[in-house]
Unconditional design. Sequence first.
Length: 619
Amino acid sequence: MMIPTHQKGKNKAQDFDDLDPVITYRHILQTNLGIKDPLRVVALCDSDAFYAACEMVRLGVTDKPLVVLQWEGIIAVNYPARKFGISRFHKLKDAKERCPELMIVHVATYKEGDAEPGYWDNVDSRTHKVSLDYYRRESSKVFSMFKEGLPDAEIEKASIDEAFIDFTKPVRQALLQRYPYLSQIPADAPNGVDTPLPPPPLIDWGTDSHLIPIYSNADSESTDEETSQSAPLTWHDIALRLAAEMMHKVRVDIATQLGYTTSAGIARNKFLAKLCASYRKPYSQTILRNQAIPCYLKPLEFQKIRFLGGKLGQALAKEYDVSTVADLLPVPLEEFQAKFGESAIWVYEILRGIDRSEVKEKSPVNKSMLAAKALQKPITKIDDGPHWIRVLAAELSLRLNDARKERPNLWPKTLALHAGHGYGTARSKQAPFPFTKEVTVNVIAAAGGKLWKELVGNVTGTIKVTYISLGFTGIEATDASQQSIASFLDSPAVTGVKRPNEEKNGKPSKSRHRNTQRVRSRPSSPSADQNTTSFTCLECHKTLSLSPKLLSTSDVLGQAYALAAMKDEHSDFHFAESVAREMEPEVKEVRGPHKKVKTPKIQEKEIGPRGIEKFFNRT
Ligand code: CTP
Ligand code: CA
Ligand code: CA
């Protein structure tokens, strides 16, 4: 291992020194310890080859090799097909050569005139639009099963096919139930509630989970997992074991009832849970005991760690000319901070398996919905706009009505239309959305069509639109009085143009588009379509676009991957920022309202997230 010369003689803090914290009666009896809880257990559960699995369920296929296609590119490969060496990065032709009996399914698409997306024989990106709605619905079913099966756990949907589950609460309940003596502080306990718990009982790790080896020389492929675990048991190990039982039960239920196999990682925090979830895919779960953390982390190539990929990882690799986590452990915190800014503390901690982020259930209501399409064949005639508006309206209608199945009173305040050429400034129009009971494709398409006319109606000469999107913003649950207004407005005598708020204020709008205005930026999108070439971040509302160079190529798949990488890197940036915010009072000060007055410019440049910021794509 390389040890940088400047490191010599320095007194380095002990790495991995909190793997076996003292656990006392207070820790088992107190319930609000948050991330400081030494009995904290978090899992990440991810569906195996998710889009491919959805198609297998839809088609009733059980074990045939299958890939999902989006235009020419493979976007999902099931495990039977992976046995032939097929991956997402293969061209369809190569995949077919590797496995002639390969089943190929193109994702559903919308075409004009249909309210629902469908599976067609001849799909064409020039006329159709990809629909991920079926996968979103299946994803909701899986998520609902997590919630039903684990009513006491905190669950955070992390992406279309994965969720973090904080087992700390149900595990504490199970511990007290299974070992009731833990709730009785012995009369002779020397420090009362702060007395350490008695030694834990011996447990059987069972057969439902893999265990990450504790010793680096244990070859996990050939060594019996149990024998690679000979470190003294702790109460945290028992907590992991109890979580594993609960996780396993839900996973089996999901597989039996929905037909989706999942893989889970179970550890002390989110970062580690995610890291070990794919240890033995598919259909498996893995426990990472605290004692196994160093051995698991040290040989990892740090650039493969999600948070340390991208430019930051490259900068670290270049700075130190090393590749593994172990290589970076000798670098002191102060040095990371001097080189990469104060908030580089999160790099230092992630390398040691420390992650202070919480599992937080997200709001069940998405405030906005965006349907977007990048057009290979630009719209050049005003009359060609309505085709795409209907296609986008179909997607919006389906998604809003899906959301309304859970919350019937959801209502979008605004409909916005954006049209652009390339990925420069988009021209936009938005207007209050008419308040009707049924949000049909026709209602949305009519409102969108009107916006289109306002947007391009007075354009003289030719138009060239290569990006078009239609989106709802300000989606909220209306109250009962507004719903009764909705049914009133839906009555045949009324045209259905009034907004509930305007009605309340006694100022009904004369025209549903009276407030139409131009806006400069695209609306925030919780999910942009796969084939767009830019995306808007929900958190900071920044729009990131692919480089003009990449856009000028016809490599649609390459563009999709580049966009996915940009999204990842951007969300890593927010992660870095949020960790910095949680942990760094100094950083907060620098970022605070007085920074412009009190912090000299030069310092502003060097301190705080800006140090990290430069390693992430922002525009
Ligand atoms: N996906 C995509 N484009 C990407 C990454 C993922 O379209 N750049 C889709 C995939 O089609 C996938 C789903 O998102 O089915 C979930 O992605 P992921 O969990 O990364 O892969 P899986 O296909 O589920 O495979 P695995 O079993 O390895 O998790
Ligand atoms: Ca997956
Ligand atoms: Ca995933």
